[in-house]
Design a protein around this ligand. Structure first.
Ligand SMILES: [Zn+2]
Length: 242
């Protein structure tokens, strides 16, 4: 982590903290070790503060950018096009507190990558095998030992993830409903390796109402996810794979 600051570097030359979440083939070989991830702190960290540092440290742990690098290809004047994949959820998408409150809570997949959710608390399903299963999930942000994600393998690259998002200090929009998203780690940083899948009746921009409420279902290809019931703070979810 390099602090690229000081009065002698004008902010115009170091405006946004650049990161370097690179894979095999792009890493730098040194006399000691291979460096896969690096980041630099620039003017945005001075303007915005700790959220940028948290985001950059995420890169040092190997997390990729969830916002869209090529957003100007859509509507150049709309800055918010950066957040077409996961909105303001997860600080690897939008690090500062957003215009809809504080929703920087990390998605479960990111928590699992960092080992903050252990493998035995992830309910894995094979999306190519017909089945009907019932799952009890605790809110994804809690640190207690409990199952916290359903991951349905779609093929060798893609998976569908379901988690329970309950209100916490980093998620104002979360109200105890389910969030579903597609994960494809073969997609490069800044190109949509995670995409939120909103229910059909979701209308608001940036996935603000992309949650699946109690009693509702979401269909994705051959998979139906139903938020069947609540048990205290936990969700009972039925997954039907046809
Ligand atoms: Zn970044």
């Amino acid at each position: 982590l390099v602090f690229n600051g000081g009065d002698d570097i004008p902010e115009s030359l170091a405006d946004v903290s650049p990161a370097w979440p690179m894979g095999e083939g792009y890493a730098i070989t040194t006399d000691e070790k291979i460096i896969y991830n690096a980041t630099f702190i620039a003017g945005d960290a001075i303007r915005i503060g700790y959220p940028i540092i948290a985001h950059e440290i995420g890169h040092l742990f190997g997390l990729v950018d969830l916002y869209y690098y090529n957003w100007t290809s859509i509507t150049p004047q709309d800055y918010n096009n950066q957040f077409i994949f996961t909105g303001y959820f997860d600080f690897m998408s939008h690090a500062p507190k957003g215009q809809y409150g504080d929703n920087r809570d990390m998605l479960g997949w990111q928590r699992w990558l960092l080992n903050w959710i252990s493998d035995d608390h992830v309910n894995c399903l094979d999306g190519s095998l017909p089945s009907t299963t019932t799952h009890l999930l605790a809110p994804v942000h809690i640190s207690d030992e409990a199952d916290r994600m359903i991951v349905i393998k779609l093929n060798d690259e893609k998976a569908l993830v379901v988690e329970l998002k309950s209100k916490n200090q980093y998620c104002d929009l979360c109200q105890g409903e389910l969030l579903t998203y597609l994960v494809d780690p073969s997609i490069y940083s800044g190109a949509g390796s995670i995409k939120i899948i909103a229910p059909e009746d979701s209308k608001l921009s940036y996935f603000r109402d992309a949650f699946l409420g109690l009693g509702k279902t979401l269909t994705y290809e051959n998979i139906i996810i139903e938020f069947e019931a609540k048990d205290k703070e936990n969700a009972i979810i039925i997954v039907n794979i046809s």
